[in-house]
Design a protein around this ligand. Structure first.
Ligand code: UDP
Length: 465
């Protein structure tokens, strides 16, 4: 029986892939829904839910976000404890649906049935659960529409692999910038090395025609033509950027941060350090929550950051710290600060931050774009190389490094790129573009903006269906 006293108009289940970069946007979108009286229950994996250290996230509105985990079969150690990535994904594919169906039944028993499942494209099996449970299905893209369009074209055989040997050697999809092969997502460029991810990522597009809505964590002006093209085939909604409201429209009162962090952050020491530095003077460097750089690459970046001559703040996750050169912390004393994790948003929003050396994970790119920080792109894998291309050539909000013939970014190259955005000829143009996109991002999510209108339309759909 449905609870007659409930304060919300519909209830959705949100199923993210278990990583910081995938949960952040879906959780943030859930907060936007809460403001519009839609209740969202987040279903991370049991292992990941332990990092979240709470069973409920307050939204400031009538409805909070409940955390109700499901199993990937590795409840203690998550994917890090799996024998291999294929073993992990296989296990998730078997355990996930069972426990997801149990959760859907449980919520129904509790008088609060689910209307729709919003799921991460990396978990294509969720669509099957939604169909079997007669729920609306909503695919959520955490990567750009251009990257997803490339995956779609590959899945449908419209881009033939290997790309090297075909036609012009360019990767081209409707409405998006043409890419050289080396700028394409690594799954497409080098699919032999990434077969596990390749199959999983492409699978979502074999069933995308059955999905009720496709939501994208961008705003319309970022990729107009690609969105228009996609909208001819599917019900597409651009609902981003999903950066906490405090940094954008400030309309969600309690939305100051991402509500959880995968690693323990050292925020106070970073902010204290930044407070002592002049405006726009420091380099912030971070390669996200997952990247594992080779020791050689690590060393080049370490000395590159030092050789830039600017003060720098570098996030090196604990597991990566053994790769720091011997004696490095002493060598950079007075110049650089290395921390294991921080609040990236607070650092990017700080006046002292002059540029962001990033792996170009899409959340990091969006954050820099929304907070107006010039980017030096040092892409590692996945969609990052394509994001870096867009940063430099499409949005014009930064530059990207060139790798040598061994695929290594040399220290001199990093220094050159950092100087370019901090004091070079491109600086003014980059700052002008950042000001433009920063404004567009706020307008899109604010009252009357394109993303906000689409969220309204989506909410009406949820209530009506
Ligand atoms: N992040 C953070 N503190 C850090 C480094 C990163 O809060 O010290 C956050 C960052 O704000 C972003 C996410 O972690 O939202 C990383 O996502 P992204 O897509 O950039 O990269 P991924 O980790 O998925 O490779």
């Amino acid at each position: 029986m449905e609870n007659p006293k409930k304060a919300h108009k519909a209830h959705v289940l949100v199923v993210p892939y278990p990583s910081q970069g995938h949960i952040n946007p879906m959780l943030q979108f859930s907060k936007r829904l809460a403001k519009k009286s839609i209740k969202a229950t987040l279903a991370p994996t049991i292992c990941f839910s332990k990092f979240m250290q709470t069973t409920e996230i307050s939204t400031g509105y009538n409805t909070s976000i409940q955390i109700r985990p499901i199993s990937d079969g590795y409840d203690e150690g998550g994917y890090l404890s799996a024998e291999s990535i294929p073993a992990y994904l296989d296990s998730f594919r078997t355990q996930g649906p069972k426990t997801l169906i149990q959760l859907i039944d449980k919520l129904k028993e509790e008088g609060d049935p689910i209307k729709a499942i919003i799921y991460d494209g990396l978990l294509p099996w969720v669509l099957d659960v939604a169909k079997k449970s007669r729920l609306l299905s909503v695919l959520f893209f955490t990567e750009t529409c251009s990257v997803n369009s490339i995956y779609y074209h590959v899945q449908r055989g419209l881009i033939k692999l290997p790309i090297m040997g075909s036609g012009s050697g360019l990767v081209s999809v409707p409405g998006a910038a043409e890419l050289q092969v080396w700028e394409a997502p690594s799954l497409v460029q080098d699919y032999d090395s990434y077969t596990v991810w390749f199959d999983g990522v492409l699978e979502q597009f074999s069933v995308i025609d059955q999905v009720d809505w496709v939501l994208c964590n961008i705003f319309y002006d970022m990729e107009k033509e690609v969105v228009d093209w996609m909208s001819k085939m599917w019900k597409v909604g651009t609902i981003g950027p999903t950066i906490p409201s405090y940094y954008l429209d400030k309309r969600l009162e309690e939305d100051n941060d991402y509500s959880f962090t995968r690693f323990k952050p050292k925020v106070d020491s970073c902010i204290k350090w930044l407070d002592t530095k002049p405006k726009g003077s420091i380099i912030y460097a971070s390669f996200g929550s997952l990247a594992k750089l080779s020791p050689q690459q690590f060393e080049e970046l370490a000395w590159g950051l030092k050789n830039c001559g600017y003060n720098f703040l570098w996030v090196v996750r604990e597991l990566e710290q053994p790769k720091l050169p011997k004696g490095y912390i002493d060598e950079i004393s007075g110049l650089g600060l290395v921390v294991s994790w921080t609040s990236q948003l607070e650092v990017l929003a700080h006046d002292a931050t002059g540029c962001f050396v990033t792996h170009c994970g899409f959340n990091s790119v969006l954050e820099a774009l929304c907070l107006g920080v010039p980017i030096v792109g040092v892409p590692h894998w996945g969609d990052q190389g394509t994001n870096a291309k867009f940063v430099e050539d499409v949005w014009g909000i930064g530059v990207r490094v060139k790798k040598d013939e061994m695929g290594i970014v040399k220290r001199e190259e990093l220094v050159k790129c950092v100087r370019e955005v901090m004091e070079g000829e491109k600086k003014n143009e980059i700052c002008k573009n950042l000001a433009k996109y920063k404004k567009l991002a706020r307008e899109a999510i604010d009252e009357g903006g394109s993303s906000n209108k689409i969220i309204d339309e989506f909410v009406e759909y949820l209530i009506r269906e």
